[in-house]
Design a binder for this molecule. Structure first.
Ligand SMILES: [Zn+2]
Length: 236
């Protein structure tokens, strides 16, 4: 059986002497694994398709439950992410997020298009890679059911004007009056930064950093996952 799948390569691992196995996040089937034969040989024509960030139309044959890539036509390799360390870790965090949260054989077109858009913005957009990553994480968390609720106080619904508390288990922010010991106080500037990003307003690089730190904390606490590229990005 042969099928055509639109996909984004998330990771690659060596297999045998000349082959690789890649993990592809596909629009039609969710995450799938497939082998690429002979791609480690010099001049292999499908070598490009074994690289993470490769966004392509894959031709895949399946035999006895094993998938093999037999052809690929490139849409984009997001090349500029390889030339700049900030772009590289921001784009890497997008792939890692998808790798950790997209399920095998379960489709999520929303997450797929959101990842492609984020990679485009990081690679070619005029925006800061940190800002593009923040926007991706906020929307991707919403897609997987971990939406942050920045609108107002999660409990009383009033605007949060001064001290602000974050409850990582509900993803909600609370005002001083409603805080009952669950969660922790955060910098008001972090809250403002997240709101601005959600409302597509301009942010400074410092605000992007505040927002990224909170998103990192949230993913670690709520989803119990660590995005390594995000750790690297925060160290830069
Ligand atoms: Zn309140």
């Amino acid at each position: 059986m042969e099928e055509k799948l639109t996909g984004l390569v998330l990771s690659k691992t060596d297999y045998g002497e000349n082959d690789k196995i890649i993990k592809i996040f596909t629009l039609e089937k969710g995450t799938v694994s497939a082998s690429l034969k002979g791609v480690k040989k010099a001049g292999a024509k499908l070598k490009f398709a074994s690289e993470p960030f490769c966004f392509a139309e894959f031709l895949i044959s399946e035999r006895a439950g094993r998938r093999t890539v037999t052809g690929a036509s490139l849409n984009d390799s997001f090349y500029p992410v390889r030339e700049d360390v900030t772009k590289f870790f921001a784009a890497g965090a997008v792939l890692e997020f998808v790798r950790r949260f997209a399920k095998e054989d379960i489709t999520s077109p929303e997450l797929f298009f959101s990842a492609i858009e984020a990679l485009k913005n990081i690679a070619y957009g005029g925006v800061s890679p940190r800002r593009a990553l923040c926007a991706f994480l906020i929307s991707a968390l919403k897609i997987i059911g971990y939406a942050l609720n920045t609108d107002e106080c999660f409990v009383c619904g009033n605007e949060i004007k001064s001290r602000v508390f974050f409850d990582a288990f509900s993803g909600g922010f609370l005002c001083e009056n409603c805080f009952n010991g669950e969660g922790r106080e955060i910098n008001h500037a972090t809250y403002v930064a997240l709101k601005k990003i959600e409302e597509k307003e301009e942010t400074t690089e410092e605000e992007n950093l505040f927002a990224l730190r909170l998103l990192d904390f949230y993913v670690k606490t709520k989803a119990e996952e660590k995005i390594n590229s995000l750790q690297e990005l925060l160290k830069l």
